[in-house]
Design a protein around this ligand. Structure first.
Ligand SMILES: Cc1cc2nc3c(=O)[nH]c(=O)nc-3n(C[C@H](O)[C@H](O)[C@H](O)COP(=O)(O)O)c2cc1C
Length: 221
């Protein structure tokens, strides 16, 4: 099937299938050079954007006081969120989620100590329904670059995790960083060298369960 592929598929597929949400294996003791973060952003800016508008900005934070402020906001949102998750796990007995909870707890505790926090931003607010533009077009022109950033980081030995909980306090985070209200913060990505040297593919739904051909829920034709 993939004979003659123009890339080394073993390598590219490994990158694509083992870029995990890294929380417990973030090395908090080793600074991340700004140049390396810049390099990842440079790779990320090759991602597609509608009309090639590139309305992204990347706010990188390595100042300890600002990181501490962001971590406080993250925890303020995290605590009620995780309490709800714990309750759901207890009721439904979803054992697999316990690992995610313990790893998420760890990240919430140490977020201020992660060497660099990156907040990718869009230069506009998300378009309201019925106005000009769609949310799909808006996010679709920004989020592929964020994932590219994470892939570029992973291939350089840096671990990342997509997080959004601080966005419950987007305005407060904006005040810490001087981000105008007209801008949308998209995520908060902790960036650190990872410890250990390997990651495995994650737990995902079967490809045939999620793939349809020629119509909704049609798997055969
Ligand atoms: C939109 C989005 C929001 C997320 N928000 C958070 C978050 O606030 N905190 C966190 O620890 N992980 C967050 N995650 C990470 C997910 O928990 C993680 O991607 C998922 O469990 C799969 O992890 P894996 O790739 O390591 O298997 C978020 C992921 C996405 C895509």
């Amino acid at each position: 099937m993939t004979m003659g592929a123009p890339f080394d598929l073993a390598q590219t597929d490994k990158l694509l299938t083992t870029t995990r949400a890294v929380r417990k294996r973030l090395d908090l003791t080793r600074p991340v050079p700004r140049e390396l973060v810049r390099e990842c952003i440079e790779v990320a800016t090759q991602a597609p954007a509608g009309g090639n508008v590139q309305r992204w900005r990347w706010v990188c934070v390595d100042d300890p006081d600002i990181k501490a402020g962001l971590a406080d906001l993250y925890r303020r949102a995290y605590e009620p969120y995780i309490a709800m998750q714990r309750e759901m796990v207890e009721q439904a007995g979803r054992g697999g989620v316990a690992g995610i909870i313990s790893s998420s707890d760890h990240l919430a505790e140490v977020l201020q100590d992660v060497p660099t926090l990156v907040i990718p931003c869009g230069l506009d607010r998300v378009p309201a329904e019925g106005g000009g533009g769609t949310a799909q077009g808006y996010y679709g022109s920004l989020l592929p670059a964020v994932w590219s950033f994470m892939l570029a980081a992973r291939s350089r030995g840096l671990g990342t995790a997509w997080t959004t909980l601080h966005l419950g306090y987007e305005r407060e985070a904006g005040e810490l960083l001087g981000i105008p209200d007209t801008v949308t913060q998209l995520a908060l990505i902790p960036v650190a060298y990872y410890t250990g040297d390997d990651f495995k593919p994650g737990d995902r739904r079967d490809v045939d369960e999620v793939t349809y051909w020629n119509g909704w829920r049609r798997r055969e034709t």
